[in-house]
Design a protein around this ligand. Sequence first.
Ligand code: SF4
Length: 389
Amino acid sequence: MNWIEEIKNNVATLDELKQFVTINEDEETALSMVIEQHPMSITRYYLSLIDPHNPHDPVRKMIVPSIEELQMEGSYDTSGEASNTVMPGLQHKYGSTALIISTNRCAAYCRFCFRKRMVGLPNREVISTFLDAISYIRQHKEITNVLITGGDSLILPTDTLKVFLEELATIDHLDYIRFGSRIPVVFPQRIIEDRELQDIFSHFTRHHKQVYVVTHFNHPNEFTPASELAVEILKKCGIVINNQTVLFRGVNDQPNILASLMRNLVRNGINPYYVFQCRPVKRVKSHFQVPIAEGYSIVEKAKSQLDGHAKRFKYIMSHKTGKIEIVGIMGDDIILKYHQAKDASLMGKLFKRKLNPEAGWLDELHDTYRPIIKNNLNRHSSTHWQSSL
Ligand code: SF4
């Protein structure tokens, strides 16, 4: 079976899932409601990483739907993606980077996804006219790099990826191309088995531009001989691999686990790039988000176990105004810094907010302490994402 056939064999119904993990009757009713809104699809490979006897298994938490997904606190567009969209499927938030939403599909649907509003669902956010996007990028000479994401960009057919690269190769002012993908983690077979894709990548990096794959390992259990082989193959193609981790409750919210994750990354030649604060996404925030103050403490304790190379990542909140680094806590202030900013005049700006131990996002931090009032009245609503902007 090749990778295209393998993926058709994903676990996508509760009846199939029950063969792998225990689900009681009450849970089953709630989970049906959840997957009606946000589909479930799990590769057999990723499912095999779950300990079926541990209801708190971290891989299970990331990929198996849960009742908590009925909690509607938060937004479906926490980073202001709608306002950064210059044409369907093309976002231009920061001057130097163009972001292409290349697909709404993934090898597996992570329950924590911040693009939950669109992955696996019909939508109008995916690029339809790639050549129009190329034309926009060609005209905007301030763009130095293109991030091809989704969904999962590497789930696209190999021929499509080849066309993308061939077109981008013709734009002189691009320094490099990035692919955002969790495929090395959830479905490494797609890389291992596709010799044609490997040849395309090798040719492009050798003769045209540098390619980066930005992947998304979140837990040490995601490192297996298969995922490590996929990483090794990408590196042999001349690709540089950066990793973005998100801090998730019940997954990697312990300093020793986070430190072990970083050690696994550097051991495999992957650059620890960002640790992201979990965004306040509907059906995600309530059970995945760790408050910023607690997150800072976890990150610093993890860093104290690591050498400089393994702790070069930044702890970042990807806010609609920019990428905000959580620099530190001094007394009852939290110190923040714009690492990237939509308004270029904010770039590098240091600022502070009054510490609130419960706050999970910039909008919950103020100049003076204000308690957070939780509003969960819309618990079972299925509001379309655009109405929540
Ligand atoms: S692979 Fe990425 S885009 Fe797809 S569901 Fe997971 S986090 Fe979301």
